[in-house]
Design a protein around this ligand. Structure first.
Ligand SMILES: [Zn+2]
Length: 164
């Protein structure tokens, strides 16, 4: 038996309503990318040689490079903001988790729901930060995001917790 299309339409309307009205911009932070410092020389086994490169943007002398601290590597963080509906209510979260049968989930877990088009971002991020403006909390992904929806999946659901 297939699901009536009117029910699917209503479900998606409801999900959109929740997402748009109670959702938030969640900061999705990707693994930092390491690159060579452009401000110092990398002689001596890749350690900064404490010498200013000619034309260094930020000159220094008699100290470690002020841009990389003497490591000759610069870590660049990248992130996106993705609109998500964030379930923090423990009763609801654990009810859903039991239904998903994904095993034992640590305390302080949350569930997010967002548009399925963000699947790759959710998969590759290191962690997310919710409620960035009033009470920021860092969460690590507990599972591979799973498609979520009636009939056609328009959303992905993911479980996160505060332990890395
Ligand atoms: Zn440097």
């Amino acid at each position: 038996m297939s699901i009536a299309s009117s029910l699917i339409t209503d479900f998606n309307k409801g999900m959109n309503y929740l997402k748009d009205n109670f959702g938030q911009a969640v900061k999705v932070v990707y693994p930092s990318i390491s690159s060579t410092c452009s401000n110092c020389s990398s002689e001596f086994a890749n350690k900064s040689s404490h010498r200013v490169l000619s034309g260094s943007p930020v000159p220094f002398s008699n100290s470690s490079c002020v841009m990389c601290g003497g490591t000759n590597r610069i870590m660049t963080e990248s992130f996106d903001y993705i609109h998500m509906f964030v379930h923090v209510n423990e009763d609801l979260v654990y009810k859903v988790i039991r239904k998903l049968k994904i095993g034992k989930v640590p305390k302080n877990s949350i569930i997010t729901v967002c548009d399925i088009k963000y699947t790759s971002q959710v998969r590759k991020c290191d962690y997310i930060i919710t409620h960035e403006n009033n009470n920021p909390v860092k969460y690590f992904r507990f599972m591979d995001p799973m498609p979520h929806g009636l009939g056609t999946s328009h959303y992905i659901l993911c479980v996160w917790n505060q332990e890395g």
